[in-house]
Write a protein that binds this ligand. Sequence first.
Ligand code: HEM
Length: 512
Amino acid sequence: MGIAHGQLYRNTFRELPSQRGGSFAMEFFNPRIIYLFLGIVIIWKLYQRKDHVIDRIISTVLYPLRNEHGQNIKGPRWKYSDGQCLDKFLRGREASLEWRQYGPVYRICVITRPDDVKIFHSDSPSHLKSKSSNGGWLFHELLGDCMGLINGDRWEQVRAQFKHHFIHRSVSSISSHIELAATGYLQSLERQDAESFEVHAASDFSRFPFMTTAEYLYGPLTENEKEELWNLGQQSLALMGNVLSGGVYRFGLCQWMRPHSFRRLRSFQNQWQNFNQRLVNSRALSNNHQPPIVEAWMAMEKGCISMNEILQTLSEMLFANLDVSTHVLSWLIIFLAEDIDIQQQVRAEISANPGSLAELCGRKDTLLQFCFLESARLRPFTIFTIPESSPRTKIIGGYIIPSHTSVVVDTLAINYNQKFWGNDHSRFNPHRFQHLSSTELRYNLFTFGFGTRRCLGQHFAEAMLKHFVYHLLNRYEIDLPRLDAKKTWSSQPIQDTWVPIANARVILKPRK
Ligand code: HEM
């Protein structure tokens, strides 16, 4: 037993590499292997702490932002793979409150005070939008060349093709069309003989602003054209869902890593181009008044703007705006449903102004207008504005913001600013606008944007939403279902959209 054990020991021992002239120890301690091993450990450690490392590189080497004492600006740590780009949309409200702990100006770079917005926008005409809003590859494919995201001469050319259709005078002249669209839409919702009925504040009303904008751009649409357009919108929104999932969709690599999504993208782009080409052909031949699309298409054919610019600008006006207009309209209706008193006061205002609806909806001093502003104040459609940069260095909140730094405004901080809006800043009180001038509101209220790149469709959107609410209130008493009465405030928005859409229902009761 003892011998056998000794032999086994010797045999085993003989197998060990160290017995082969100490080669095991030599191989093990070979410097190349040690370096390789250390390299792997370091890379692994760096990978685990990649957010921290990239954050340090960005904040100290690439884009240092310091105050006059050389102190670095604070802010949330950069997050893989897009920094805070998606957080700004997907959890804007929470992020706004959470990030304000870093001070009134903090790195992404966010500004939160009206005076700082004024300083930043003092040279607004020379500002530049960041390329595709820093949204990555897929976002660029969908909207990178739209009017709202391009700069300089390109922007001026594209805006010039559309702007005269959206000035106050042009919009007033189509008031009767908008009115017809609003009454027709409300009729289509009506349930025969029902004492009252419930509708979803967002999904049941969303087709109204969408189709009204579409019929302004393309002229009257057939039912088939409307369905085709709606379907294209759903495809575009689904692709936007991919953008919002971030990760690989931020890079051109997604063409190979997500071939299915890539095929859907190309299919959508082809269908979208065909749809527009077909509609332009049919409208151009008609002797009737030619809608804005025909003129813009001709400018494209003459080479003033590119095919992508026109297609993506139409996409911006229709598909990207679907959630925006739905959000603004549905919150206005929810606030009115919750405040029966204000509802009655608006009805009284309507009865006291039996004259032209165009005139009433065009005025900026009506209770209807104040309700619109108050609702937009409490529920801005985006919590963080689209990034833009100034070509000049700015001192904001004591920090030196170098030229060409992308800056965004926290709209919630502005619209709920207690110093300006008072202690009841979170209450729906449209009358507060009665004594506020447009100059006072300029940097204290976010609705259609600050500075030169304000919304092109502002007058149109206001007219459309006010006409709709006018007819809604004329036709129905609106209320919230009992269970939802307070829950609406806290109810979770629908979260797969880039604008958080209200998830609430309202009751419509036909007026006697
Ligand atoms: C209530 C609904 C709407 C709201 C709250 C709204 C809001 C805004 C805001 C805040 C901007 C500026 C974004 C920035 O900071 O750059 C903007 C830009 C724009 N909006 Fe609207 N919008 C609405 C409806 C519409 C409609 C119906 C149209 C359709 C024509 C439209 C077309 C545009 C365009 C083309 C731009 C880009 C303007 C430019 O950069 O020159 N919007 N919108």
